[in-house]
Design a protein around this ligand. Structure first.
Ligand SMILES: Cc1cc2nc3c(=O)[nH]c(=O)nc-3n(C[C@H](O)[C@H](O)[C@H](O)COP(=O)(O)OP(=O)(O)OC[C@H]3O[C@@H](n4cnc5c(N)ncnc54)[C@H](O)[C@@H]3O)c2cc1C
Length: 390
């Protein structure tokens, strides 16, 4: 590793900020690119988070800038569910204190010459880098199902495109999916006075947390603070360094069980019995019909609506990050689009690291949540410090 060149972190969300906070505290020259908490700032302003307060801290090495300390410093009290605005305020506070120097430019292209990386920025500047940490989140990974790929954006859009549903007032809208984004989009559309129906290929499930209620301190026996997955599974996925040691089949089974599509308990009264739900039904075909879109469903029925909102989630895919030169992406060993990472979150390309949802194949479902940011922050920092000292 070239000692004089900085490590470059791409992305200023919870993962990029946590990694940069660790690298800088260790004295490793680091530059972080992007706009702080930008992905979260584009979400519906009145949204609530599915995660609990205990699972929403970003990480600096000393834990000085935890959500708890934000609440003590600002007087903002603990709330459940956590409003988006509270979390956004916290993320920005963390950035200002733990990672005050950010270069708010986008990375346009990363290339390599065998010795070091070259980073080209959107504003025309360029620089050399000793390591690249990809913390670019999931926005580029939005999953568009086959039936919708040919529809114009006026007729179909991914749920992440919407922060305000007021333009759908009086319109007929179908939401596809049964995860939190689909269910919350359906609630927000209904509240914006759209005529909305939710169609899901599986059952619609609501998180119960029955063991949590009335347990007092004992609740931690059933629910670790990370709180991803149902009781039992939640402890098995809570330690990412342990999770990566499980055989591939075990990891995949635990992952699928831990992040089964479901809605938060507090969301249920806004959807259940209020928004029509068609479960266990898939969309077979969708085609424009005048200004509307016509859907053919697996139960033989049809729908004609003004718009389809795709709450269809995200799928890891190294090639979606086209700011990394294709010759580098082609060298990254992958499994179904996810990079295969070593214990340092490093890909098969030396000193190219991946964080967040892109690390899920090896490190499990925590990587899709804020709470998973501690392990990559620590591991990547240790590895780069070790490599620089060699
Ligand atoms: C509707 C919704 C609700 C969610 N609710 C929760 C929740 O309750 N709890 C939870 O833990 N998780 C939740 N998540 C998941 C959440 O997205 C992740 O936990 C979290 O954002 C991961 O952080 P990150 O840093 O990997 O990604 P992000 O927060 O997406 O940050 C990545 C950043 O990288 C930037 N970037 C991308 N490309 C470049 C580039 N070329 N140059 C510079 N910058 C770039 C992006 O602009 C973005 O700001 C939710 C997701 C959605 C969509």
């Amino acid at each position: 590793m070239n000692n004089n060149d900085p490590a470059v972190v791409i992305g200023c969300g919870p993962y990029g900020l946590s990694v940069a906070a660790h690298l800088q505290a260790r004295g490793i020259p680091t530059i972080i690119f992007g706009k702080p908490m930008e992905f979260w700032a584009k979400m519906p302003p009145k949204m609530y988070l599915k995660s609990f307060w205990s699972a929403l801290s970003l990480y600096d090495p000393d834990g000085k800038y935890s959500l708890k300390n934000y609440s003590l410093a600002t007087g903002i009290t603990k709330q459940e569910p956590v409003p988006l605005q509270t979390f956004l305020g916290y993320g920005r506070w963390f950035q200002q204190h733990a990672v005050p120097d950010i270069d708010q430019t986008y990375v346009k292209m990363v290339t390599a010459d065998g010795k070091r990386y070259h980073v080209e920025l959107e504003d025309g500047r360029s620089m050399k880098a000793s390591a690249i940490i990809v913390a670019a989140g999931v926005a580029a990974l939005a999953h568009i199902p086959q039936f919708a790929t040919h529809l114009p954006t006026e007729m179909a859009s991914h749920s992440q495109e919407h922060s305000d549903f007021s333009a759908f007032r009086g319109k007929r809208v179908v939401v596809i999916g049964s995860g939190q984004s689909a269910l919350e989009s359906a609630a927000l559309l209904h509240e914006a006075q759209a005529e909305v129906e939710l169609i899901a290929r599986g059952p619609v499930r609501w998180i119960q947390r029955t063991l949590y209620k009335g347990m007092g301190p004992l609740k931690r026996v059933f629910y670790p603070p990370s709180d991803v997955g149902p009781p039992g599974v939640n402890w098995l996925v809570a330690n990412q360094m342990l999770f990566r040691r499980f055989p591939t089949e075990t990891r995949q089974a635990l992952d699928a069980r831990a992040v089964r599509p479901s809605g938060a308990r507090w969301l249920r009264p806004r959807v259940d019995g209020i928004v029509p739900i068609t479960q266990q039904t898939t969309v077979i075909d969708a085609k424009p019909h005048g200004e509307q879109v016509q859907l053919a469903l697996s139960d033989g029925s049809t729908r004609e609506v003004d718009h389809i909102v795709l709450g269809t989630g995200y799928a890891a895919n190294v090639h979606a990050f086209n700011f990394i030169d294709k010759t580098i992406r082609d060298q990254v060993q992958t499994h179904n689009g996810s990079p295969n990472l070593n214990e340092w979150f490093e890909s098969s390309v030396p000193h190219l690291y991946f964080t967040g949802a892109m690390a899920g194949y090896n490190f499990g479902p925590l990587c899709r949540f804020v709470v998973g940011a501690k392990a990559p922050a620590r591991q990547i920092t240790r590895h780069i410090a070790r490599e620089k000292a060699r």
